[in-house]
Write a protein that binds this ligand. Structure first.
Ligand code: HEC
Length: 243
């Protein structure tokens, strides 16, 4: 209460002061021109798009998955470019992955991840095929026009579960490299037990927070969003429930 009163006092004295100086040329945000005080007004409007749950976003959902499951050394990174396919950035994913916006069936990447022939399916054995959720996510993205889109994730860490945000994050951004016959760095992140073991050793948080002394993960991509890293941390603090 006391602090509130103090605050009002300062606010009102501030206002009075400002009014007293009205004749001075004061820079006020939102002046008559409509662009005062905000230097980034006309250039930085691309961010801040809230995520629509019915839309699949390339930057948020598709790129981390393709980078970790396909765009890796020995497969479809720029250095290897197996079959001249590079799956590490938007341009190359569209061009070399032969994506036909609006038409998943005609898109090379989609054909390969849904292939019945075990000799042709991607990722090839002993890697696990993509999950049905991941496949349908890629399908929806192509159907929606295969745009290079991005949204600002709302950070909801009130109800963190392993099967929700924790596994979705690991599975889409890490499992591709950390699974199969020769997992990168000799580290498996294929299931709950793997994630627990890595968390208990301290290496999980060290790697995703890019702490000194740890390899920065995901290895070839953007750092995980602050929200995702915080969610994983909360899950660890909660005792790593398998919920
Ligand atoms: C493109 C492949 C790739 C992706 C994607 C990837 N990793 Fe790695 N990871 C590696 C390689 C390679 C190493 C070994 C690096 C080294 O030792 O310098 C490694 C090492 C690690 C280590 C050990 C780090 C240490 O210093 O002890 C952890 C933990 C790890 N990864 C977790 C993750 C997590 C979590 C993700 C997802 C957010 C992820 N990785 C995504 C390739 C990848």
């Amino acid at each position: 209460m006391k602090t509130n009163k103090l605050l009002y006092f300062f606010l009102i004295s501030g206002l009075l002061l400002a009014m007293a100086c009205k004749h001075d040329p004061v820079v006020v945000p939102d002046d008559d021109n409509g662009n005062g005080g905000d230097p980034g007004n006309d250039t930085t409007d691309t961010t801040g798009i809230a995520c629509d749950p019915d839309t699949v976003y390339f930057q948020n959902d598709i790129l981390p998955l393709l980078q970790s499951s396909c765009g890796i050394a020995g497969c479809h990174d720029p250095g290897t470019a197996e079959d001249d396919v590079i799956l590490t950035d938007y341009q190359n994913i569209i061009q070399t992955g032969e994506i036909v916006p609006g038409n998943p069936e005609e898109s090379e990447v989609y054909e390969n991840i849904t292939e019945d022939d075990p000799d042709k399916i991607m990722p090839p054995p002993p890697n696990e095929p993509l999950s049905s959720e991941q496949i349908s996510m890629i399908r929806t993205w192509i159907e929606q026009g295969a745009e290079n889109n991005y949204c600002d994730e709302e950070c909801d860490t009130t109800n963190v579960t392993f099967s929700g945000i924790v596994w979705n994050t690991i599975n889409n951004s890490c499992t591709g490299c950390h699974s199969g016959g020769s997992p990168q760095g000799g580290i498996f992140l294929e299931n709950y037990d793997d994630v627990v073991a890595m968390a208990e050793s301290g290496r999980l948080m060290g790697a995703i927070n890019w702490e000194p002394g740890y390899a920065n993960m995901p290895q070839n991509g953007e750092q995980l969003s602050e929200c995702k890293r915080r969610a994983i941390e909360i899950w660890i603090e909660d005792g790593m429930p398998n919920n």
